[in-house]
Write a protein that binds this ligand. Structure first.
Ligand code: NDP
Length: 341
């Protein structure tokens, strides 16, 4: 079985590639540049089951054509993880909305053109962002589940990076489900989406730890970079899930019949910056006095959350216990400390 992983150089995708290789799949990854492709091949020790192709920009709707023209008849599974996830941009349409939507449309068009008979399963890495109404007033009794959609529309989504990111994930995912219906007679694949909340956990390789990490892990890194006089936010920005559960979910998403047509809402509970800070203070005594201090995590402790998530359907389908925040944060921080030695 051959699996194509788009955006294979990404934080999540590297764990997905690792899980696929450990399960003896042949993997074709895509990266934006030859240098990034070569680096990943080296990081995976030139595993003979891994090869790489270059797709410079997924905004180009024909960006994946060459890859499918070359390998299409051998590809059985497609995992589309590539999508921009930065919050430090101002050109919302160009940098977020267009690549997210065109990337999804483009890869599905390429499958239809070159691999309609061979690709059996497609998994799109979507997000809780495509479910969450970012503008809704906080309400701890409001419960999101796998059936809900972010109400954002293209024009009004372009007010902030976070708003545009949430919308980009909605439009990308919506594009995939619509494509499935539009071309039901011309394709064979079944679709599943993985919809994670903030993803924490170690980088696949210690050498990936830089001063600034990928957007979600930077939340933990930022706490590590705090100073002892700082009061961290007690607000709940959202929920967390570990990257190793996300990798497992990508495999389950195409291996199981029961996941066909499903959105896997991946979450394992709420957190605040203070939650992370308290865990670091407890687990790493050597950092006490060097980062922000332990403090009561009042909002989390009293259930003062801006929304709730019910992912019972996803948990039943996946049948394993998700990694708790203690392990996720501890493993992330241990790797950062080790990398900076
Ligand atoms: P990363 O930024 O680490 O990975 C994103 C990947 O997409 C990288 O390989 C990146 O290439 C590639 N990419 C981005 N824009 C383009 C483009 N225009 N053309 C070609 N390739 C592009 O982020 P994550 O691993 O965190 O995210 C992976 C997926 O998971 C995304 O779809 C994201 O929306 C989703 N997700 C992530 C969550 C999280 O908390 N991390 C939560 C929910 C969903 P390059 O490395 O060269 O920039």
């Amino acid at each position: 079985m051959t699996v194509l992983v788009s955006g294979a150089t990404g934080f999540i995708a590297q764990h997905v590639v690792d899980s696929l290789l450990k399960a003896s799949y042949k993997v074709i990854g895509t990266a934006r540049t030859p240098a990034k492709a070569a680096k990943l091949l080296e990081q995976f020790g030139h595993n003979s089951n891994l090869s790489m192709e270059v797709v410079p920009d997924i905004s180009n709707i024909k960006g994946f054509d060459k890859v499918f023209e070359k390998h299409g008849k051998n590809i059985n599974i497609v995992l589309h993880t590539a999508s921009p996830f930065p919050f430090n941009i101002t050109q919302f349409e160009k940098d977020l909305l267009i690549p997210a939507r065109n990337g999804t449309r483009g890869i599905l068009e390429s499958i239809k053109k070159y691999s309609a008979d061979t690709v059996e399963r497609v998994v799109v890495t979507s997000s809780f962002a495509s479910i969450w109404d970012f503008e809704a007033a906080p309400n701890r009794n409001f419960v999101y589940n796998e059936k809900m959609w972010n109400p954002a529309i293209w024009e009004s989504a372009q007010t902030s990076a976070i708003m545009a990111y949430c919308a980009s994930k909605k439009f990308a995912e919506e594009t995939a489900w619509n494509f499935l219906h539009e071309y039901a007679n011309k394709i064979n694949f079944k679709l599943t989406t993985v919809n994670p909340v903030y993803v924490f956990g170690p980088q696949m390789f210690k050498s990936n730890v830089k001063e600034t990490l990928n957007t979600s892990c930077e939340i933990i890194n930022k706490v590590l970079k705090s100073n002892p006089r700082e009061q961290l936010s007690l607000e709940i920005p959202g929920e967390f899930i570990d990257v190793r559960d996300i990798a497992k979910a990508h495999l389950a998403a195409f291996q199981k019949k029961e996941t066909i047509g499903k959105r896997l809402l991946m979450s394992n509970g709420a957190f605040s910056e203070q939650t992370i800070c308290n865990l670091i203070n407890e687990e790493f005594p050597q950092l006490q006095g060097k980062i922000a201090p332990w403090a009561k995590d009042i909002k989390l402790d009293t259930g003062d959350v801006p929304f709730s998530i019910d992912n019972t359907m996803t948990r039943k389908l996946l049948e394993w216990d998700f990694i708790p925040i203690e392990k996720s944060v501890t493993d992330t921080v241990s790797q950062i400390i080790e990398a900076h030695k």
